[in-house]
Design a protein around this ligand. Structure first.
Ligand code: ZN
Length: 250
Protein backbone atom coordinates (compact mmCIF):
# COMPACT_ATOMS: atom_id res chain seq x y z
CA UNK A 1 0.00 0.00 0.00
CA UNK A 2 2.68 2.44 0.94
CA UNK A 3 4.27 2.96 -2.46
CA UNK A 4 1.34 1.99 -4.69
CA UNK A 5 0.93 4.31 -7.66
CA UNK A 6 -2.35 6.14 -8.11
CA UNK A 7 -4.05 6.92 -11.38
CA UNK A 8 -4.90 10.55 -10.57
CA UNK A 9 -2.25 13.27 -10.78
CA UNK A 10 -1.02 14.29 -7.33
CA UNK A 11 -3.07 17.07 -5.80
CA UNK A 12 -2.99 18.30 -2.26
CA UNK A 13 -5.93 17.27 -0.07
CA UNK A 14 -8.54 19.96 0.37
CA UNK A 15 -7.87 20.11 4.12
CA UNK A 16 -11.50 20.24 5.16
CA UNK A 17 -12.52 23.40 3.29
CA UNK A 18 -15.95 23.85 1.79
CA UNK A 19 -16.26 22.82 -1.85
CA UNK A 20 -16.52 26.40 -3.12
CA UNK A 21 -13.47 27.53 -1.18
CA UNK A 22 -11.43 24.52 -2.28
CA UNK A 23 -12.37 25.26 -5.90
CA UNK A 24 -11.31 28.92 -5.61
CA UNK A 25 -8.07 28.01 -3.81
CA UNK A 26 -7.32 25.61 -6.64
CA UNK A 27 -8.17 28.12 -9.40
CA UNK A 28 -6.05 30.87 -7.89
CA UNK A 29 -3.28 28.41 -7.03
CA UNK A 30 -3.17 27.17 -10.63
CA UNK A 31 -3.21 30.71 -12.05
CA UNK A 32 -0.27 31.56 -9.79
CA UNK A 33 1.55 28.33 -10.68
CA UNK A 34 1.24 28.76 -14.44
CA UNK A 35 2.16 32.48 -14.24
CA UNK A 36 -1.18 33.97 -15.34
CA UNK A 37 -0.95 35.73 -11.97
CA UNK A 38 2.70 36.83 -11.62
CA UNK A 39 4.36 37.72 -8.30
CA UNK A 40 3.18 41.07 -6.93
CA UNK A 41 -0.27 40.96 -8.59
CA UNK A 42 -2.93 42.61 -6.42
CA UNK A 43 -5.75 40.20 -5.58
CA UNK A 44 -8.68 42.56 -5.08
CA UNK A 45 -11.41 40.96 -2.93
CA UNK A 46 -14.18 42.70 -4.82
CA UNK A 47 -13.02 41.50 -8.26
CA UNK A 48 -12.41 37.94 -7.06
CA UNK A 49 -15.85 37.86 -5.39
CA UNK A 50 -17.42 38.86 -8.73
CA UNK A 51 -15.29 36.46 -10.76
CA UNK A 52 -16.15 33.46 -8.58
CA UNK A 53 -19.68 34.55 -7.64
CA UNK A 54 -19.07 34.35 -3.89
CA UNK A 55 -19.09 36.79 -0.94
CA UNK A 56 -16.07 38.92 -0.12
CA UNK A 57 -15.95 37.12 3.22
CA UNK A 58 -15.43 33.82 1.45
CA UNK A 59 -12.73 35.36 -0.74
CA UNK A 60 -11.02 36.64 2.41
CA UNK A 61 -10.98 33.11 3.86
CA UNK A 62 -9.43 31.78 0.66
CA UNK A 63 -6.77 34.51 0.66
CA UNK A 64 -5.97 33.69 4.28
CA UNK A 65 -5.47 30.03 3.37
CA UNK A 66 -3.18 30.97 0.49
CA UNK A 67 -1.29 33.33 2.81
CA UNK A 68 -0.72 30.45 5.23
CA UNK A 69 0.89 28.57 2.34
CA UNK A 70 2.96 31.71 1.66
CA UNK A 71 1.93 32.05 -1.96
CA UNK A 72 -0.11 35.15 -1.08
CA UNK A 73 1.03 38.10 1.03
CA UNK A 74 -1.50 40.05 3.11
CA UNK A 75 -0.57 43.67 3.75
CA UNK A 76 -2.66 45.56 6.34
CA UNK A 77 -4.76 48.34 4.75
CA UNK A 78 -3.50 47.44 1.28
CA UNK A 79 -4.93 43.97 0.71
CA UNK A 80 -3.69 40.71 -0.76
CA UNK A 81 -0.96 40.23 -3.35
CA UNK A 82 0.59 37.25 -5.07
CA UNK A 83 3.72 36.69 -2.99
CA UNK A 84 6.87 38.17 -4.45
CA UNK A 85 9.85 36.35 -3.00
CA UNK A 86 13.08 38.21 -2.37
CA UNK A 87 16.32 36.83 -3.80
CA UNK A 88 17.15 35.51 -0.35
CA UNK A 89 13.80 33.72 -0.03
CA UNK A 90 14.27 32.26 -3.50
CA UNK A 91 17.63 30.79 -2.45
CA UNK A 92 16.10 29.48 0.78
CA UNK A 93 13.30 27.74 -1.11
CA UNK A 94 15.79 25.94 -3.38
CA UNK A 95 17.96 25.05 -0.39
CA UNK A 96 14.88 23.53 1.30
CA UNK A 97 13.96 21.65 -1.89
CA UNK A 98 17.46 20.15 -2.06
CA UNK A 99 17.10 18.85 1.51
CA UNK A 100 13.60 17.44 0.99
CA UNK A 101 14.17 16.00 -2.48
CA UNK A 102 17.48 14.42 -1.49
CA UNK A 103 15.57 12.59 1.25
CA UNK A 104 12.87 11.55 -1.23
CA UNK A 105 15.39 10.23 -3.77
CA UNK A 106 17.32 8.37 -1.06
CA UNK A 107 14.08 6.77 0.13
CA UNK A 108 13.17 5.74 -3.43
CA UNK A 109 16.66 4.39 -3.96
CA UNK A 110 16.39 2.34 -0.78
CA UNK A 111 12.77 1.16 -1.07
CA UNK A 112 12.30 0.75 -4.75
CA UNK A 113 14.99 -1.52 -6.07
CA UNK A 114 14.03 -2.47 -8.67
CA UNK A 115 11.35 0.16 -9.18
CA UNK A 116 7.91 -1.60 -9.16
CA UNK A 117 6.58 -1.92 -12.75
CA UNK A 118 3.40 0.01 -11.88
CA UNK A 119 5.40 2.96 -10.57
CA UNK A 120 7.73 2.91 -13.56
CA UNK A 121 4.75 2.80 -15.95
CA UNK A 122 3.19 5.80 -14.18
CA UNK A 123 6.45 7.78 -14.37
CA UNK A 124 6.92 6.94 -18.03
CA UNK A 125 3.35 7.93 -18.79
CA UNK A 126 3.99 11.25 -17.05
CA UNK A 127 7.23 11.68 -18.98
CA UNK A 128 5.37 11.16 -22.27
CA UNK A 129 2.90 13.92 -21.31
CA UNK A 130 5.79 16.27 -20.47
CA UNK A 131 7.51 15.54 -23.77
CA UNK A 132 4.27 16.12 -25.67
CA UNK A 133 3.75 19.46 -23.89
CA UNK A 134 7.36 20.42 -24.62
CA UNK A 135 7.01 19.46 -28.31
CA UNK A 136 3.77 21.45 -28.56
CA UNK A 137 5.35 24.46 -26.84
CA UNK A 138 2.55 24.36 -24.23
CA UNK A 139 4.31 26.23 -21.45
CA UNK A 140 1.39 26.22 -19.01
CA UNK A 141 0.96 22.46 -19.25
CA UNK A 142 4.69 21.96 -18.94
CA UNK A 143 4.92 24.04 -15.75
CA UNK A 144 2.04 22.10 -14.22
CA UNK A 145 3.40 18.70 -15.28
CA UNK A 146 6.90 19.56 -14.07
CA UNK A 147 5.65 20.24 -10.54
CA UNK A 148 3.52 17.10 -10.62
CA UNK A 149 6.55 15.00 -11.57
CA UNK A 150 8.37 16.00 -8.38
CA UNK A 151 5.21 15.37 -6.33
CA UNK A 152 4.82 11.94 -7.94
CA UNK A 153 8.30 10.96 -6.75
CA UNK A 154 7.40 12.15 -3.23
CA UNK A 155 4.19 10.15 -3.38
CA UNK A 156 6.01 6.99 -4.48
CA UNK A 157 8.50 7.45 -1.64
CA UNK A 158 5.45 6.97 0.60
CA UNK A 159 6.00 9.94 2.92
CA UNK A 160 2.90 12.16 2.92
CA UNK A 161 4.54 14.68 5.24
CA UNK A 162 7.49 15.22 2.92
CA UNK A 163 5.10 15.34 -0.04
CA UNK A 164 3.02 18.04 1.68
CA UNK A 165 6.06 20.17 2.46
CA UNK A 166 7.36 19.69 -1.08
CA UNK A 167 4.00 20.75 -2.56
CA UNK A 168 4.24 24.12 -0.82
CA UNK A 169 7.92 24.48 -1.80
CA UNK A 170 7.10 23.77 -5.44
CA UNK A 171 4.46 26.52 -5.40
CA UNK A 172 6.97 28.90 -3.86
CA UNK A 173 9.80 27.95 -6.22
CA UNK A 174 7.36 28.62 -9.08
CA UNK A 175 6.95 32.13 -7.68
CA UNK A 176 10.72 32.52 -7.37
CA UNK A 177 11.18 31.40 -10.97
CA UNK A 178 8.41 33.74 -12.17
CA UNK A 179 10.02 36.63 -10.28
CA UNK A 180 13.62 35.97 -11.29
CA UNK A 181 13.72 33.92 -14.49
CA UNK A 182 16.08 35.38 -17.08
CA UNK A 183 13.79 34.91 -20.04
CA UNK A 184 10.72 32.92 -20.90
CA UNK A 185 11.91 29.52 -19.74
CA UNK A 186 10.15 26.83 -17.73
CA UNK A 187 11.40 25.36 -14.49
CA UNK A 188 12.22 21.79 -15.48
CA UNK A 189 13.34 20.09 -18.65
CA UNK A 190 11.63 16.87 -19.71
CA UNK A 191 15.11 15.58 -20.59
CA UNK A 192 16.30 15.96 -16.97
CA UNK A 193 13.21 14.10 -15.78
CA UNK A 194 13.86 11.32 -18.30
CA UNK A 195 17.38 10.85 -16.94
CA UNK A 196 16.01 10.73 -13.38
CA UNK A 197 13.51 8.02 -14.30
CA UNK A 198 16.22 6.03 -16.10
CA UNK A 199 18.47 6.22 -13.04
CA UNK A 200 15.66 4.95 -10.82
CA UNK A 201 14.58 2.28 -13.28
CA UNK A 202 18.01 0.86 -13.94
CA UNK A 203 20.55 1.87 -11.34
CA UNK A 204 22.82 -1.00 -12.38
CA UNK A 205 24.07 -3.95 -10.33
CA UNK A 206 26.73 -1.95 -8.51
CA UNK A 207 25.54 -0.60 -5.13
CA UNK A 208 27.92 2.34 -5.60
CA UNK A 209 25.57 3.61 -8.26
CA UNK A 210 22.77 3.90 -5.70
CA UNK A 211 23.47 7.59 -5.35
CA UNK A 212 23.00 8.29 -9.07
CA UNK A 213 19.34 9.35 -8.82
CA UNK A 214 20.17 11.57 -5.82
CA UNK A 215 23.06 13.16 -7.72
CA UNK A 216 20.91 13.80 -10.79
CA UNK A 217 18.16 15.40 -8.68
CA UNK A 218 20.66 17.74 -6.98
CA UNK A 219 22.08 18.66 -10.38
CA UNK A 220 18.55 19.24 -11.72
CA UNK A 221 17.64 21.62 -8.86
CA UNK A 222 20.99 23.43 -9.21
CA UNK A 223 20.30 23.94 -12.92
CA UNK A 224 16.88 25.46 -12.22
CA UNK A 225 18.30 27.75 -9.55
CA UNK A 226 21.14 28.86 -11.83
CA UNK A 227 18.56 30.05 -14.40
CA UNK A 228 17.43 32.74 -11.96
CA UNK A 229 18.46 36.34 -12.43
CA UNK A 230 18.33 38.40 -9.28
CA UNK A 231 17.79 41.75 -11.03
CA UNK A 232 14.58 43.59 -10.10
CA UNK A 233 11.82 43.73 -12.72
CA UNK A 234 8.95 46.21 -13.24
CA UNK A 235 5.56 44.93 -12.08
CA UNK A 236 3.11 44.13 -14.89
CA UNK A 237 -0.54 45.16 -14.68
CA UNK A 238 -2.88 42.16 -14.55
CA UNK A 239 -6.64 42.23 -15.17
CA UNK A 240 -8.21 39.65 -12.81
CA UNK A 241 -11.37 39.37 -14.89
CA UNK A 242 -9.55 38.37 -18.05
CA UNK A 243 -7.31 35.90 -16.15
CA UNK A 244 -10.36 34.00 -14.91
CA UNK A 245 -12.56 34.50 -17.97
CA UNK A 246 -14.49 31.27 -18.49
CA UNK A 247 -12.87 29.63 -15.45
CA UNK A 248 -16.06 29.57 -13.39
CA UNK A 249 -18.53 28.38 -15.99
CA UNK A 250 -18.68 24.64 -15.29
ZN1 ZN B 1 11.99 18.89 -12.40
Amino acid sequence: MKTAPTAAPPRRASRGRSGAEARIVQSIGEAIADRRLPPGTKLAEESLAQVFGVSRERVRKVLLLLAQRRVVTLIPNRGAFVAKPTAREAREVFEARRVIERAIMETLDRLARPLPPGVLARLNEHRAREEAAEAAGDRKALIRLSGQFHLLLAEFAGNATLAGILGDLIDRSGLAIAAFERRSSHSCSAEDHRRLIDALADPGPDRNRAGEAVRLMMEHLDTIERQLDLEAKPEPLIDLKSVFAGADGE
